[in-house]
Design a protein around this ligand. Structure first.
Ligand code: CA
Length: 237
């Protein structure tokens, strides 16, 4: 349901090691209708992003394992996460930090302390600014339709029940049909080349995806190519 013009299903990842601040921000965002994921260092942040790509990431400058600026740079360098908007949070007010933050690829920058209202206004502005201008497309493959605007896959009148990773995997396959992808290529394209994800993770999600497609008799679309990887094809038998 739209609220303040923003879909309530949007997810924001907060990367901040100071728990009181993280919880305060999370509380405000949930109240505004966002889904919230939390991470207290960059390692956890990357795992969260691999699991589900957020619609926006709030990154604190000072983090225990790596600076928020380095994380921002890494996300903006990776073709799979470069489109995800980043707002940097910092306790430092110096102009030089602001410049480095923006040069590092952050979409906006907010100095602590900030009010929840100010943060929300910045988030909404960044989301509006970075909203994809591409028209919502409906991709069809066999009896399945990919509804990118609705973030779901439809078969007839039914929505295929998919976890977030299975959805990303299936939407990748449907838009890249009839080509074989190795596990590492799928990790790159679907998981974003996350170093903490092992190749056998792909098999786990392929299994889940096939299971979700079984009742629609579409599990056969997900084909194992021995020694090479997986292929999505509606041409079977
Ligand atoms: Ca911090």
């Amino acid at each position: 349901m739209p609220r303040n013009g923003i879909m309530t299903s949007r997810q924001i990842l907060i990367v901040e090691d100071e728990r009181p601040i993280r919880e305060m921000v999370a509380f405000g965002l949930r109240r505004a209708g966002f889904e919230v994921a939390e991470a207290d260092d960059t390692r956890e942040a990357r795992a969260r992003i691999a699991d589900r790509r957020p619609d926006l990431v709030l990154i604190d400058w000072m983090l225990p394992d790596m600076s928020g600026l380095e994380l921002t740079r890494a996300l903006k360098k990776d073709k799979d996460t470069r489109e995800v908007p980043v707002i940097m949070l910092t306790a430092r007010a110096e102009e030089q930090d602001k410049v480095s933050g923006l040069e590092g690829g952050a979409d906006d920058y907010l100095t602590k302390p900030f009010s929840p209202r100010e943060l929300l206004a910045r988030i909404n502005a960044v989301l509006r600014r970075t909203a994809s201008s591409a028209p919502d497309e409906l991709v069809s493959a066999g009896v399945l339709s990919l509804d990118t605007a609705g973030h779901r896959v439809i078969c007839g009148d039914a929505t295929v029940a998919l976890g977030p990773t299975e959805y990303r995997l299936l939407s990748f396959f449907m838009t890249h049909a009839d080509r074989v992808y190795s596990r590492s290529q799928l990790l790159d394209r679907v998981w974003g080349g996350n170093v903490y994800v092992e190749e056998r993770t792909v098999d786990v999600h392929i299994r889940r995806l096939r299971k979700a497609l079984e009742s629609f008799d579409c599990d056969k679309y997900i084909q194992t190519v021995r020694g090479a990887g997986y292929r999505f094809s509606t041409r079977t038998g």
